[in-house]
Ligand binder design. Structure first.
Ligand SMILES: *Cc1c(COP(=O)(O)O)cnc(C)c1O
Length: 456
């Protein structure tokens, strides 16, 4: 390829993909179905209807349709902040002295600051189309709640966010962004739900947890007329919407005849990584090409690298269906590390199956090493990365340094999922040399595995 590779590889607006790609269609071993926690039978469309929007349930349960048309209303919003660029990290490469070629797909160029808006828009659109009044959800660090409140404002529906109390109090800025977009934000646990009141009674002074916030949001959705619950990661439908990331990345790289050898992404619930790799994994599954794919997770919450592949509850309140996934157990509470978006105990069923089939790798990294990478990236590439995204940066740098040793000029693509402006407390800890990492012991994990539901 003699064509010079620019810093930014942009698609034209007219080249934004008009269909999402469903990688399940090309998987020989399909991800295991969601189970009804009472009967242990696969959840049916009718059973999911009180909780989720109809069109989204269809997407959730569809293992065979390869392409879904993106509705025009969603495309019109995508056009306000997409296509997002694929960047060549020339300056980082130079600083590392590596022969590797490093590319990253940057999803932080919207006010919510992350890739989560890609699915929030789709979910708000389908809720509106179904004639619903609004949606409920939970948020931990606040990225998902922010994205959803933007999407609901755009489509003119109500948005009720249950925000883990400790974040509600410690992250007032994200809370105010959500309120500015018209969402109501309630600290969880709250006295607006049965489960919240029960938690407050049993544990007065609790600062809340994601599991409890999920249970409150689901309770409100199922007991309020015209409302449904929406979730920002883990589910098959979310990976489907996020495939826009990979489809754009592939189209942009194809323009210059670039084929990545290694594709890297951070993994919380698996939606950005699943989206980024989808079209590449499709080629791999069909035997058309091969790629090394690496999921990166925090050492403090190592679902892939130390978890069990088993059916588990998706929430602490145990009100949601069971999913088969790599999990640390629904009662596992990771230490309070600074990558809020990577603290979920489980992992997407799709990625779990692909990992179990040996089609992708996983590794865990420690927090201080992650922030070393974040700092180096900020100083060379200019973008202040989110702590979550910096897990992928860490591994991209490590792979590039490996290339330096071997003299191998590999092509690396990683997902830069968002910006870190709301994470300055974490950067402050790092800058003051006060960052530490808690890695769970085998005993702690075994204790958590003992509470996995008995299925099979
Ligand atoms: C939520 C979040 C993640 C992790 O979620 P996935 O579903 O695994 O993609 C990663 N990066 C950012 C910036 C996030 O907000």
């Amino acid at each position: 390829m003699s064509k010079e590779i620019p810093y930014k590889i942009y698609l034209e607006e007219s080249e934004i993909p008009t269909q999402w790609y469903n990688v399940r269609a090309d998987m020989k071993n399909k991800p295991a179905p969601l189970l009804n926690p009472g009967t242990l039978q696969p959840m049916k469309f009718e059973e999911l209807r009180p909780v989720f929007c109809d069109e989204l349930i269809k997407q959730e349960l569809d293992d065979t349709t390869a392409y879904f048309d993106i509705p025009e209303e969603i495309l019109n919003f995508y056009k306000m902040y997409r296509p997002s660029p694929v960047m060549r990290a020339y300056n980082l490469e130079k600083a590392l002295g590596t022969p590797a070629k490093i590319y990253y797909k940057f999803e932080g160029n919207n006010t919510s600051g992350s890739h989560k808006l890609n699915s929030a828009l789709a979910q708000a659109y389908y809720a509106k189309k179904q004639g619903l009044k609004g949606v409920t959800t939970e948020t931990g660090a606040g990225q998902w709640g922010t994205a959803l409140s933007m999407a609901c404002a755009f489509f003119g529906i109500d948005c009720k966010v249950y925000m883990v109390k400790v974040s509600y109090e410690q992250k007032p800025f994200r809370r105010e962004v959500m309120r500015t977009y018209g969402a109501s934000v309630t600290p969880s646990p709250s006295n607006t739900t049965n489960i919240g009141r029960k938690m407050l009674e049993e544990f007065p002074g609790t600062t809340g947890s994601l599991g409890c916030a999920i249970s409150e949001a689901v309770e409100v959705a199922t007991t309020t007329e015209g409302y449904r619950y929406v979730l920002g990661s883990v589910l098959n439908q979310v990976l489907l919407h996020q495939s826009i990331i990979g489809l754009e990345a592939k189209a942009a790289l194809d323009k210059y005849g670039i084929k990545p050898d290694i594709i890297i992404g951070c993994a919380g619930g698996g939606s950005n990584l699943g989206g980024l790799i989808s079209p590449f994994m499709g080629e791999k599954l069909r035997g058309e090409a091969d790629y090394r794919i690496i999921a990166v997770e925090p050492a403090s919450c190592p679902s892939f690298t130390r978890g069990k592949f088993a059916y588990d509850f998706c929430d602490t309140g145990k009100v949601c269906p069971l999913a088969k996934m790599y999990t640390l157990g629904s009662g596992f509470i990771p230490s309070p590390n600074h990558a809020g978006g990577l603290r979920y105990h489980g992992m997407s069923s799709i990625l779990s199956q692909l990992y179990d089939d040996g089609l992708m790798e996983a590794r865990s990294v420690e927090q201080t090493a992650v922030f070393d990478a974040a700092e180096q990236f900020a100083r060379t590439e200019g973008i202040l990365p989110a702590p979550e995204s910096s897990h992928a940066i860490r591994t991209a740098i490590d792979e590039a340094l490996e290339c330096k040793k071997t003299g191998d000029a590999k092509t690396i693509l990683f997902g830069l999922t968002g910006t870190g402006y709301f994470d300055m407390t974490a950067y402050e800890k790092y800058n003051n040399g006060e960052m530490s990492d808690y890695i769970p012991t085998d005993e702690e994990l075994e204790k958590s595995f003992a509470n996995l539901p008995k299925v099979d």
